[in-house]
Design a protein around this ligand. Sequence first.
Ligand code: ZN
Length: 436
Amino acid sequence: MTSDATGNGSLLPGAGQWMYRFVEELYPICRSITGEGTRETLRRIATQVPIDIHEVPSGTPAFDWTVPREWNIRDAYVKNLAGQRVIDFNKSNLHVLNYSAPFRGMVPLEVLREHLFTLPEKPDWIPYRTSYYKENWGFCVSQRQADSLRDREYEVCIDADLKDGSLTYGEYLVPGSTDQEVLLSCHICHPSLCNDNLSGIALTTWLATHLREMKPRQSYRFLFLPGTIGAIVWLSRNEKIASKIRHGLVVACVGDSGIPTYKKSRRGNAEIDRAVLLALRTRGSEYSVREFTPYGYDERQYCSPGFDLPVGSLTRTPHGGYPEYHTSADNLDLVRPAYLADSLSIYMDVIEILESNSTYVSLCQKCEPQLGKRGIYRALGGHPDAGKVEMALLWVLNMSDGKNSLLDIAERSNLAYKEIYQAIKLLVQHDLLKKS
Ligand code: ZN
């Protein structure tokens, strides 16, 4: 890849707007772990980048799991005795318990209440709840809405199907000059939720569209999957490919105002862990790092012991860490173009490290080479950071014994990766260094 981290700047303001518009476009669609909403989301992604859309029939085994039935919803409501819709799926798709069983009938208020989910501490927000693996019907409403129900009974309709069909996921490979792979995976199973789900989809789609133009060294595999079951199904069908994955990131919650947060892979010191930490450290702004836990997004599956892939998760505020998480307040106001762009710039910096990290060997190992006589100091004369560049040159010359990679040198010197990379290029130009 030819781009430098410094070259990303001009792309990013437009990229933030582009990702935000894509979030807006996908926001109204009612997604779930299976069904037409998820398929439609993949079709919209396919208008940007030619992903393969895979269909896996219900009942297909996947390790200890089974592909579930397909859920499709047309309408859902609760009507009062005056015939008015007091809960209406058309106003928010969060109103229906996601993956709810179909139901029709007149229901006494006490029974209806047993099927309502609310958030008493945030009385205006609608919670997002699912019933994937335990059949149930229900509605999610604001506490105020629940409190306003006064009629003796209500007409309930959940016009949905829960039938054999298939699970749908999207996959796209940008081939590199080697078949070593970098995995970028996001979940696509949440309905109208922006940060949790759509921000990750938008950023992953942007990366997929742009990486294919960059002719990378490694191959990049993009997965757009329903959470948990999608990753399990993919791994069960692709064990051979999984063994080629050298680095991976689970992309989620990348559009909120929180600080960037990296959750390490189960290995804890994989190259991806070190690359992300270096990219974050180099930015000079606040960030947070967490050790691996077997909870969160699909890193749980990629890092299960039978795979133990070097896959971390780079988010802003992580899974469950913000009050709007899994509520109607995770909406188009929570996510902003500038935060999406900022997250993207970190991903691009990480990709630059993964693409360029190599080991070099100094061609002048017995004492320092004399840089002055080669005109290298003169070349630095007008450089605003001449002191830093000189330190980077000395570090690279000292550490380049064929054993230390750029990443090793950047970590040990506490200099930015970019500075080390520039020093490498300068020394190669002056025949003082070659790739080992
Ligand atoms: Zn979620």
